[in-house]
Design a protein around this ligand. Sequence first.
Ligand SMILES: NC(=O)c1ccc[n+]([C@@H]2O[C@H](COP(=O)([O-])OP(=O)(O)OC[C@H]3O[C@@H](n4cnc5c(N)ncnc54)[C@H](OP(=O)(O)O)[C@@H]3O)[C@@H](O)[C@H]2O)c1
Length: 214
Amino acid sequence: MNVGILGSGDVGKALAAGFLKHGHNAVLGTRDPAKLSDWLARHRGARTGSFSETAKFGEVVVLAVKGTMALEALRGAGTVNLAGKPVIDATNPIADAPPVNGVIKFFTNLDESLMERLQREFPQAHFVKAFNSVGHRLMINPQLKGGKPTMFICGNEEAAKRTMRGILDQFGWETADMGKAEAARAIEPLCMLWLIPGFLRNEWSHAFKLLRQE
Ligand SMILES: NC(=O)c1ccc[n+]([C@@H]2O[C@H](COP(=O)([O-])OP(=O)(O)OC[C@H]3O[C@@H](n4cnc5c(N)ncnc54)[C@H](OP(=O)(O)O)[C@@H]3O)[C@@H](O)[C@H]2O)c1
């Protein structure tokens, strides 16, 4: 697949490396390609582009920018370049405020997630929440003591979620589909929970797993 990744921070780079590792084509979208020259030299086949070039390139688009900038980045990508495509939303609505006892602040509330805002503003794009509840170092084929971890996903479009499930199979994750876009109200705060051991005890090597009765 051709994958266009909007955002060139830790998450954009980790996912781009994962897509390349699994035989996909990846373009990393940034406002400043010069800062990626070292990274490009170390990742054969990777390319960079503007946000609109990147979204146009992608059969699948990944959104991996700072949460406060998510709408702006999508506007830069362009409505027509997102229409009809799965848009994997890895963002979290983290406010520009310091954590309190390890607990971060959101700029959304429990009755409206960031992904619902994005879906409302770009109704023709098929958003799927994923990758937001784990650190970038564990996104690609994580090796964890308890076996395969669970990625909680949601989104309104079944075909986009099937594409997402295929990617997660390749990336070594079990998928738990939580339903439509509203479920992002529950999935986005998992990032808050995931971060607490990091801020309190400098522990960053964990992931969530959904356990079921036999
Ligand atoms: N770090 C993690 O382990 C992790 C894990 C799960 C989810 N997340 C979420 O994933 C997202 C990306 O996180 P990150 O840690 O990779 O990096 P980040 O520092 O949160 O975001 C970096 C990206 O945001 C873009 N950006 C910043 N200001 C912008 C603006 N005004 N307009 C458009 N784009 C702008 C930057 O674009 P340029 O390249 O153009 O500078 C850069 O690509 C966040 O929403 C974060 O909450 C992070």
